[in-house]
Ligand binder design. Sequence first.
Ligand SMILES: [Zn+2]
Ligand SMILES: [Zn+2]
Length: 309
Amino acid sequence: MPSSTTRKEPVRLKFWGVRGSIPTPGPETVHYGGNTACLEFRGDGELIILDAGSGMRPLGLSLAREFKGKPMSVTLLITHTHWDHIQGFPFFVPAYMPQNSIRILGYEGAKHGLEETLSGQMESPYFPIGMNQMPGNIVIQELRDLQFNIGKIKITAAYMNHPGICVGYRLTTSAGSIVYIPDNENFVRFKAHPGANQADTQSKAAIEYARKQEQKQIEFIQGADILVIDSQYDTQEYESHVGWGHSCVDDSVTMGIKGRVKKLFLFHHDPTHSDEKVSQMLEHARQLVKAQGADLCVDAARESLEIVL
Ligand SMILES: [Zn+2]
Ligand SMILES: [Zn+2]
C-alpha cells in the first residue's frame, strides 16, 4: 500500500470528534465540541483515522482541501460499530473521490460482520447512496489478530468491557505510543456493583476476574505517552448507568496513574454535559492526581486540539 506522505513529518494526533453517543451541537458545547468520536493520526508516512463518528465529516473536508485532488491513502481503524463510531463515514468526502484508497480495519460487528454493519447504515431506508457506490476504492478487512502493522507502525488491540464487541488500540510510533480507548466500563466497579444485574456480580470469583481483566488493561496502556480514554460520567452519574459500557472519570484517572501514562485525555464526553460540566470534571481529575501525588498530566479532549509527539 503506498504511503500517503513520503517526506518526514512530525508524528501528531488531532481530535475531530470527542463526544459519546450522539452529536451535540449548540451553545453549551462550543468549547469541547459536539461531534462524535474521530481522531486523525499523521506520522511515519501514514494517515490513520481512529473511528468514524460525526467528526469524520469535517476531517474529510480538511483532507480534501489539503490533498487538492492528489491521491490519498487512508487507513480507518474502527473500535466497534456503535453509531457514534461509524455515523460520519457516509459523509467522508474523500470516499467519493476515485483517486483515493480507503482501507477500513476492525473486528466483527456485534451481530453481523463488519462489512455488513458498515454498509447497513447506508442502505436505502437510511441513506441515498449505497456504500458500494462510493468510488473511493474502499476495502474492508475484518481483523482476527490483535497485533498487526500499518506500515512502520505497530498496532495492538485489546478487547474492552463494553456491550457487543469493542476494542481499544495502541499505536507504537517512532515518536512514542498512543492508546485509544473510547468506550470501556471499569471492570471492577461494574462487577462489584449491586445494580449490575448479572448473576455472577459481587461474588468473590467475579470480582477476582474483574481485577485480572483490569490488570490486563493496565498492562495494555503501560507507559503510553498519550492515553485517550472513556471518562463519560462522574461517580454519581455512574450509579444510574451501570452496565451501559462507560467509565467514570475517577476510574480513568486511576487507570492512567497505575499505567504510568504521561498524558491522559478525558474522552467520550456525555451528550448532556455542557462545556462547564466537562471543565469541572477536568478540574476534579486534576485534583485526584494531585491528591495521589502522581505526575500524570490530564486534559479533556476537545475538537481541533492537535498534539505533536
Ligand atoms: Zn461510543
Ligand atoms: Zn459504544
